[in-house]
Design a protein around this ligand. Sequence first.
Ligand SMILES: [Zn+2]
Length: 256
Amino acid sequence: MKMIDTHAHMDNIFYLRDQDKVINNAIEKGIEQIITIGINVESSKQSIQLAEKYPQIYASVGIHPQCVNQLLDESVLNEIEQFAKHPKVVAIGEAGLDHKYGQANDEFARRIFIGQIQIAKKRDLPIVVHSWLSHNEVIEILTKEGIPRSGGIIHCFDEDWETAKKYLSLGMYVSLSGICTYKENSFLLEVIEKIPIEKLLLETDSPYISPEPNRTKRNNPSRVLDVAKFVSEVRKEPFEYIKEKVTENARKIFKI
Ligand SMILES: [Zn+2]
C-alpha cells in the first residue's frame, strides 16, 4: 500500500542541491503522490512548475501567514487566483494566522486569509490552513466565512482534543505531522486515539519537523510512513489499515 504526503514544501531552499534526488527517493520508498505547498507568489509558481515536471506531484497555491509581512497590498490574491486555474493545483494555501512567527499587522493578515478562503470557494478547491497560537481566531474566521464546499484541512495540528473537535464540527480534516511523535506533545495522543479515521490526514511538512527517530534531520516526504506507523501504534490499528484510510481521505479531498 502506497501513501500520499499531503503537505510538503519541495521548493524549499533546503532541497536546492538535491531536489530531484529527494523526490525520486520518496517515490521509490512508496510515496505515490506529494502535495507541494506554496507559501508566497514565487513559491506557488515553483510548486506549479514541480507539479508540471512530476506526474506524482500536485500543488497548493497561497500566502503563508509568515509571508504576509513581505506584501505591500492585497493584489497578490489576484495572482493566487490565476494560479488556482492550473489543472494540477488541488488546493489553496497554506493560509491562516500565526502569532508565533507571523504577521506584524493582524488586520491585514486576516484579510489575506479571508481572501484565500474566498478564492478556494470560487475555484471549488479545499483550503489548507496554518495556525500557530491562533486557533481561536482561525476557528472564528472559518465559522464566520464558512469552509469551501471542497472542504478544509487544519495542517500540522498542534492542539488538544477539545480544539480538534471544533475543527471537526466545521467539517474539516485534521492533519497530523511528525510533531505528534515528539515526547513533549503527548497531548496529541488523545487526538490520535479519538479522531474519526475518515477525518484524518497525514503529512510531513518537509523539510521541517522530521518525525522520531530522525527528529534532528532534514525531513522528506517518505517519512510520512513513520508518522503513519506511529499513529497505527497509538490507535492499535494495523499499519496497512491506517495507510489505506488516510490515502483514501487524501484522494477524496484533493480529488486526485
Ligand atoms: Zn507547511
